[in-house]
Design a protein around this ligand. Structure first.
Ligand SMILES: *Cc1c(COP(=O)(O)O)cnc(C)c1O
Length: 229
């Protein structure tokens, strides 16, 4: 497989332009939408070039992989923001809190309890998003829509945690718009202003439905090498 020349500056510029056009078409301010560069499984050489192109917000889906990659570099990169967008096991919660600025995948009481315990021990917690499994897919993480309101309430009232927003990953074979609309409705009725939704194939649709951050991987970095490699 030969890949075309990797031009991160042009790729990033093109994505930011598309975000801007989608935002303006929806009567929104383009600066209200953050581009999260999803760099999971990408070689560091590519990540370094995207950094050099000015990108500062990065998404990773595994705590260990992210620690190995960013742990030492973290303090040397100004304004870096790291977001965890993959499932978090409770036994990795402390590691995740040490590395990430944002955890987008809070989805069960046990994890909220672990985070609250870390806070009680004096740790500064990352900003938190609740993941909603809008398609109710059994293999996917996230709280189902019918339980989203009560879970947000529990996170706030029982555990005293601040929820910044909601996140979803729509089913691959369905029209994403209805999932984005659903997530936006759940956010609105829970007084949440931030929505992490939209990926390479559908981020403009997500912006139309109110995304405040979009998670773009392959459209920015090129295709990922196979997982586990
Ligand atoms: C991998 C991943 C993305 C990025 O996917 P692309 O289609 O490559 O843009 C976004 N969100 C999550 C949760 C992911 O795991």
């Amino acid at each position: 497989m030969t890949s075309p020349a990797f031009d991160p500056t042009a790729a990033r510029r093109a994505i930011l332009d598309r975000i801007g056009i989608a935002a303006r078409a929806a009567g929104r301010d383009p600066s209200d939408v953050t581009l999260t560069a999803v760099c999971k499984q990408q070689p560091w050489e590519r990540v370094a070039r995207v950094l050099k192109a000015g990108q500062r917000v990065f998404g990773e889906n595994r705590v260990q992989e992210a620690s190995a990659r960013w742990g030492e570099r973290r303090s040397e990169i100004r304004d870096l923001e790291l977001r965890l967008i993959g499932p978090l096991q409770t036994n990795k919660a402390a590691d995740a809190c040490a590395l990430f600025d944002v955890i987008e995948t809070l989805d069960r009481p046990k994890l909220a309890q672990s985070l609250a315990a870390l806070r009680d021990r004096g740790l500064a917690l990352p900003r938190l998003y609740v993941q909603v499994n809008t398609g109710e897919e059994p293999q996917k993480a996230g709280v189902v829509p019918a339980q989203a309101d009560s879970f947000v309430k529990e996170v706030r009232e029982t555990f005293g945690l601040t929820v910044e927003g909601l996140m979803c990953i729509p089913p691959e074979d369905e029209e994403p718009a209805m999932h984005f609309a659903l997530l936006a409705r759940i956010a609105r009725r829970n007084g949440l202003a931030r929505l992490s939704m939209g990926m390479s194939a559908d981020f403009e649709t997500a912006v139309r439905f109110g995304a405040t951050s979009v998670r773009v991987g392959s459209a920015l970095f090129g295709e990922r090498p196979p997982a586990g490699g």
